[in-house]
Design a protein around this ligand. Structure first.
Ligand SMILES: NC(=O)C1=CN([C@@H]2O[C@H](COP(=O)(O)OP(=O)(O)OC[C@H]3O[C@@H](n4cnc5c(N)ncnc54)[C@H](O)[C@@H]3O)[C@@H](O)[C@H]2O)C=CC1
Ligand SMILES: O=C(O)C(=O)Cc1ccc(O)cc1
Length: 374
């Protein structure tokens, strides 16, 4: 059967480019995926993990006869890449990207690409702090929100083609203006990253006085700072290309932190008949945080979960999967939370439907497995 795409070239076979390549190749979406990267080891890994049918270090060879080129390098590298490839693109070949910022990218690339090659800005809202082809995962973008940022002059045919690629990846496209996109990601992605960086920085300074403080850094510190381990070049490029909106959000955050500081300073000083401001704020934050869907990627509805305590017996996970499969219950997601060698561990199993989670609870507990809804 013929595949929806003939040849797609991906420039930057890293975490995101590699993951897209795997999904396009292994999901039989493109006849040929051509991977391009400056790093030869990434190209070798792309071949051996079926993220690309063919690899090229030379961008001109990589984009030859491609119907679509996906840019997946740090955003500030895009202009030089586009300059190097633009005279070698097929007329009508679509250029798209996965970059984390959009106003700067769309403006720069549309100026560089002529009318022969439509550009559609994109940004998959999934990823991790990992870097490179080593972290790539065929299912990384599955169910993720994938933002596309066309405008009035964007070629409709090109937009539809990119939408169909996003759908084939198992992601959900969401059309936003570049401004809406950059404002929202400044809040939900770029500000949290910089706050995580500042927290880690603070820890670094305190370490000078208390060298063993990192030993006390438990779940809370780890959860709130995981993203600070992200690639510095990528985040430098993001900060530079979304500077004003990010600074706006940092100001907003600072003013709330100031308020919080004042409320902490006056805590315990109750005014009769009113609830203490600090208590109100802590409660409001808890309620809002709990209302954000658990493991769902991006803006999708929440996944319904159960937590299972698994004894350390060979084949236990396979056994549970079989029990659920026999009842027609579809596992959406599975995650090992803790493992204790020789004792057991806990795993989280996610389902798309609440009734599937309820049924799983029943089926597993009837088999003597310790399981609870969460
Ligand atoms: N890391 C994440 O979670 C997410 C990243 N993004 C965006 O995706 C893009 C790629 O990020 P990652 O995949 O995380 O980075 P990465 O560091 O894993 O991969 C980037 C790859 O591009 C290659 N590269 C750099 N300059 C190049 C050039 N001039 N020509 C050819 N190859 C070049 C690097 O060797 C590397 O293999 C960035 O624009 C980022 O903003 C978007 C969503 C999530
Ligand atoms: O690691 C995480 O949780 C992320 O949120 C990763 C990420 C990084 C950059 C993006 O533009 C989008 C997603």
């Amino acid at each position: 059967m013929s595949r929806p795409f003939q040849r797609i070239a991906i420039v930057g076979m890293g975490l995101i480019g590699g993951s897209i390549g795997m999904a396009l190749y292994q999901g039989k979406i493109a006849e040929e995926v051509v991977g391009c990267d400056l790093n030869v080891e990434s190209l070798d890994l792309a071949l051996s993990t079926k993220a690309a049918h063919r690899v090229e270090k030379d961008i001109v060879k990589a984009v030859k006869d491609a119907e679509m080129v996906i840019l997946a390098t740090p955003v500030r590298t895009y202009p030089s890449i586009v300059k190097a490839m633009k005279d070698h693109l097929e007329v009508g070949a679509i250029v798209t990207d996965v970059g984390s910022t959009k106003s700067w990218v769309v403006k720069e690339l549309e100026t560089l690409l002529g009318d022969d090659n439509p550009f559609v800005g994109g940004h998959p809202m999934a990823g991790s702090e990992k870097k490179g082809m080593e972290g790539a995962d065929r299912y990384l973008l599955e169910n993720a929100v994938y933002v596309l940022t066309p405008h009035d002059r964007t070629c409709r045919k090109a937009l539809e083609k990119v939408k169909s690629m996003v759908q084939a990846l198992g992601a959900r496209s969401l059309v936003l203006s570049v401004e809406e996109h950059d404002k929202m990601v400044a809040m939900v992605s770029h500000l949290p990253h910089m706050v995580a960086v500042a927290l880690v920085d603070t820890l670094g300074e305190v370490t000078k006085e208390h060298p063993s403080v990192t030993m006390l850094a438990a779940g809370g510190f780890r959860d709130t700072t995981r993203i600070a381990a992200g690639d510095p070049q990528m985040w430098y490029d993001i900060a530079c290309t979304n500077r004003n909106l990010l600074v706006e959000k940092i100001d907003h955050f600072q003013s709330l932190l100031e308020k919080l500081k004042r409320e902490i300073l006056t805590c315990g000083q109750t005014i009769q008949g009113t609830e203490e401001p600090l208590k109100v704020r802590l409660q409001k934050a808890r309620d809002l945080r709990l209302s954000i869907p658990g493991k769902a990627k991006g803006l999708l509805p929440g996944i319904h979960e159960v937590i299972v305590t698994v004894p350390d017996r060979p084949g236990m996970i396979g056994h549970m999967a079989r029990l659920l499969g026999d009842q027609g219950i579809n596992i959406a997601d599975i995650e090992i939370l803790r493992v204790r060698e020789g004792d057991g561990g806990t795993i989280r199993i996610g389902f798309y439907q609440a009734h599937e989670a309820e049924k799983a609870l029943q089926v597993l507990s009837q088999d003597g497995i310790i399981v609870k809804r969460c």
